[in-house]
Design a protein around this ligand. Structure first.
Ligand SMILES: [Zn+2]
Length: 413
């Protein structure tokens, strides 16, 4: 490792994170900073100001992605890229996304004050609307950048109040001129909180995911027969909610039944007409299945789908199923994963190889260039809630690993 002694300034990283956490701050130490909101604009303005302080060349593309480029000995070489997202979940935490952006900024500040000029340029990025909670789907702007999603389709996404993505982008002043299109990138690193309990439980500080699990989404629609609850005898009812209840438990039991690393969740349900004195006549619910092994996930779904069919016919509730989203598992670049683990060894941080159970902008970047991620522990494994927390020491440790990973890649000729 070059510049072995080099470390980030953990205190300065903490101050940047605390300053950002003021924007959209909510009680319980959380953050509410939805994509393309006034809070998002305020955070972006602050971020751009910080980029300019260290002489980065700032560009904003037509999806609102913000890039800060640091010059190098050879500006013609494809850059090393790193970053994450500034937006948050509704009533979310103060580390998800922003840690990767502030961590990368801290790396660049460290290089700046040490007057270190690398072989390749380094680009820091804030991807617009990673969360997808105001404008679905998630990771939309890195998806457009990578060529996986259509720009105009993304522009037409609307929030719950009918506001268009593009209009909101213009309103906050972040619809840039630069085309949202991938350019050659040497490699991409994303530093992020784990959002799960594994590192903490295993007593590790650094996690290097070997990739991101596959993600299969289904929507299930059930038809029952709505009727007054009092006069309708129990026998012969077609209660769509009871059918759904049985199905939901089958989903919950599925991982135990099939084994492996599979997780399966019903997270959303709509019941119609949702009245206490009417037998539910219509139910919609979602199924989310994830695993490192795509075939395993498909086989598990086939099993539970047969259960669904049995339940639906026994209860006389016709069912239809939509396959909403299917993303294959995405293995990261083994050389970069190894580099992260090696850097952690050399800096003396307990570390482990793992998988990422959540999607990140790194999934789309992985289609463009060699990609890897750095995880640090989430206290209590909590995330997407106000209680989301990571120790300041771990925040600095992850940024140190990012520093050395970026340096290594940026010195490659
Ligand atoms: Zn995130």
């Amino acid at each position: 490792m070059e510049n072995k002694e080099l470390r980030v300034n953990g205190k300065r990283l903490r101050e940047s994170l605390e300053r950002m956490a003021e924007i959209g701050a909510i009680p319980g130490r959380g953050v509410h900073r939805l994509a393309l909101s006034d809070e998002d604009r305020e955070a972006r303005d602050l971020f751009v100001g910080w980029l300019k302080e260290i002489d980065l060349d700032v560009t904003v593309d037509e999806m609102g992605n913000i890039f800060g480029r640091r010059t190098s000995k050879n500006n013609g070489l494809p850059p090393v890229m790193a970053g994450s997202h500034v937006d948050s979940q509704p009533n979310g935490g103060r580390f998800d996304g922003i840690l990767g952006v502030m961590g990368t900024l801290e790396v660049l500040r460290t290089l700046h004050e040490n007057r270190l000029i690398t072989e390749r340029p380094i680009v820091i990025v804030d991807w617009t609307n990673e969360e997808g909670s105001r404008f679905a789907p998630a990771m939309v702007a890195s998806g457009v950048w990578a060529g996986a999603l259509d720009r105009d389709w993304a522009y037409d996404r609307t929030d719950i109040n009918g506001n268009r993505f593009e209009d909101e982008l213009v309103r906050i002043g972040y619809k840039g001129q630069t085309p949202c299109r991938a350019w050659p990138v040497h490699c991409y690193y994303e530093y992020h909180i784990e959002q799960g309990p594994v590192l903490e439980k295993r007593g590790k500080v650094i996690g290097a995911p070997k990739g991101i699990v596959c993600l299969h989404w289904y929507d299930v629609f059930l038809e029952g027969v709505a009727n007054q609850v009092g006069p309708t005898p129990m026998a012969g009812r077609h209660d769509a909610l009871c059918a759904a209840a049985e199905m939901i438990l089958k989903v919950n039991e599925l991982p135990d039944r099939v084994g492996g690393d599979l997780v399966a969740t019903v997270g959303e349900i709509e019941n119609h007409p949702n009245s206490r004195n009417i037998i539910p006549g219509k139910v919609h619910f979602t199924v989310d299945i994830r695993s490192w092994d795509d075939d395993h996930a498909v086989k598990a779904w086939d099993l539970v789908r047969k259960d669904f069919e049995d339940i639906a016919s026994r209860r006389g509730c016709p069912m239809s199923i939509e396959e909403t989203w299917k993303v294959q598992h995405s293995p990261f670049d083994e050389t970069l994963v190894r580099r992260i683990l090696d850097a952690a060894d050399q800096l003396g941080y307990p570390n482990m190889r793992m998988v990422s159970g959540a999607g990140h902008d790194a999934s789309y970047m992985n289609q463009i260039c060699p990609t890897a991620m750095i995880f640090v522990p989430s206290i209590g494994g909590r995330s997407h809630v106000e209680a989301e927390n990571t120790s300041w020491e771990d925040c600095a440790a992850g940024a140190d690993i990012l520093l050395h990973a970026i340096l290594h890649s940026a010195q490659e000729g």
